[in-house]
Design a protein around this ligand. Structure first.
Ligand code: GTP
Length: 445
């Protein structure tokens, strides 16, 4: 069956991809509320968030790999409202070569919402006779059981049903997600509520869907209704706004209980990647999966090499001293240098960074081209919830909970310089900053 896949990559967050932003000597800020839409700062200054490396490869490469594995996949479309971007174009060219499948970026003229974009580009999605297509949110990490969803879809709704990938959360966590009430026998979705204020269901929407072309009729109904309302508004106010259509609130809520929407529940790993902190958590999940899917990506203990503990990814161009100890859950990027006696655990070190002799880096993201001086200690607090909680897997959002910074991982933006022998604890350092002393629980602007 001819299939396509659409990956919703969204667009720039506030302050994203605009190059260097710091260096003005504004000094430290207290841990107070941060503006909304900045959860991935300061890392998204340098690359669009979907290209941020998770377990050694760009975040969306995990989606692309999963889609390319499905038999019958004809094309993968990345849909977003980023301006044409050099890094994105380079990534697409490389990915097409590696996965031998057409991969294109389609740019929305404005943020059209999770359903508005696919509706706008429906002709491109269906071109070539696609009989069904997947839609995947870029900001989730998962095993992406797409083949299983396909088989489930063929058995439900007379092959005309739409399938949502679901997982189970605890009662409190579920309130932050789309909640699904389904018929226990048929798995038909009877109610769908996005981020309810009181408990609805423990089954939540994973942001991965399988649709047939019939979905466009349903989005089209919402579109027509909105156009009529907009026309009325425009005539009374004299202004027009872009028509945003959301799959979750506008489409699924209306489709529930109509024999068309089904949930396929997975026990596999799943997590959102909203904040930079959750990228470390997602890295751990993907590194863990590599032992089955990509053992070649996991570093091994070798004579004359560094000590590897647990799952570690090291880019082939990185230079690691044989007395360093790395892991578990460490990703070392391109061209990184790691000196003698260095210890790194639960961290992501981005390309070009240098960890000088005897530094200790724990629960930290070290930005591109940053330098950490000898004997310095850069440390965050693990954001993991209670390990005894069976639903811990999906709670990785503690860095900016409720828009506030909570003591959590440390993030160094790009080209940050940390001098020798200082201690940086639970702090965020914006790009191009040269620190002169230790700091704790601060945002260094
Ligand atoms: P929040 O918790 O409020 O962030 O909501 P959410 O988890 O439901 O996420 P949201 O619906 O904002 O986004 C889900 C996915 O769709 C993410 O990968 C976004 O990047 C992407 N996305 C969101 N809005 C748009 C849009 O207007 N166009 C496109 N192409 N993608 C979008």
């Amino acid at each position: 069956m001819p299939l396509k896949a659409v990956i919703l990559i969204g667009g720039p967050q506030k302050g994203e991809c605009r190059g260097a932003a710091g260096g003005q000597g504004l000094g430290p800020a207290p841990l107070t509320a941060l503006p909304a839409g900045t959860r991935f700062r300061p890392l998204s200054f340098e690359v669009p968030k979907p290209l941020f490396p998770v377990a050694g490869v760009p975040m969306v490469q995990h989606h692309i790999e999963a889609c390319a594995r499905v038999p019958g996949m004809k094309e993968i479309l990345l849909l977003g409202f980023y301006q044409p971007h050099e890094a994105l174009s380079r990534f697409l060219v490389a990915a097409q070569q590696e996965f031998r499948i057409p991969i294109r970026y389609l740019q929305e003229y404005a943020a059209l919402g999770t359903a508005g974009g696919i509706y706008h580009f429906r002709d491109q999605i269906l071109s070539g006779g696609a009989e069904a297509f997947f839609v995947l949110n870029a900001d989730v990490c998962s095993e992406f059981p797409l083949q299983e969803m396909l088989e489930f879809g063929q058995q439900h709704g007379d092959a005309h049903g739409f399938v949502i990938l679901g997982t189970t959360a605890n009662r409190t966590q579920a309130l932050n997600y789309g909640c699904i009430v389904a018929n226990a026998d048929t798995q038909e979705v009877q109610h769908y509520v996005e981020k309810p204020s009181t408990f609805v269901s423990e089954v939540i929407n994973c942001g991965v869907y399988l649709f047939t072309p019939a979905i466009f009729q349903h989005i089209g109904e919402v579109f027509q209704r909105q156009q009529q309302e907009l026309a009325l508004e425009e005539s009374s106010n004299g202004w027009q706004r872009a028509e945003v259509i959301r799959l979750e609130q506008d489409v699924f809520t209306a489709l529930a209980g109509r024999g068309k929407l089904y949930v396929y529940k997975t026990d596999g790993f799943w997590s959102q990647i909203k904040s930079a902190g959750s990228a470390i958590y997602a890295s751990r999940l993907y590194l863990n999966q590599y032992s089955k899917t990509h053992p070649e990506r996991l570093a091994q203990n070798k004579p004359g090499g560094p000590v590897i503990r647990g799952n570690v990814y090291i880019h082939p161009t990185a230079s690691i001293d044989s007395t360093a100890v790395l892991g578990p859950n460490v990703s070392i990027g391109e061209g990184v240098t790691v000196g003698a006696g260095v210890r790194v655990r639960e961290s992501i070190v981005l390309h070009g960074a240098a960890l000088h002799d005897h530094t200790c880096v724990l629960n930290t993201i070290v930005g591109w081209d940053s330098t950490i001086g000898r004997w310095a200690r850069v440390e965050g607090t693990p954001s993991d919830p209670n390990p005894n909680d069976p639903y811990a897997k999906i709670d990785s959002e503690s860095l900016f909970r409720d828009g506030r910074l909570t003591p959590s991982i440390t993030i160094l933006g790009c080209s940050v310089t940390i001098p020798a022998e200082v201690v940086i604890l639970n702090s965020i350092v914006l790009p191009h900053k040269e620190l002169s002393r230790s700091c704790k629980n601060q945002i260094i602007l």
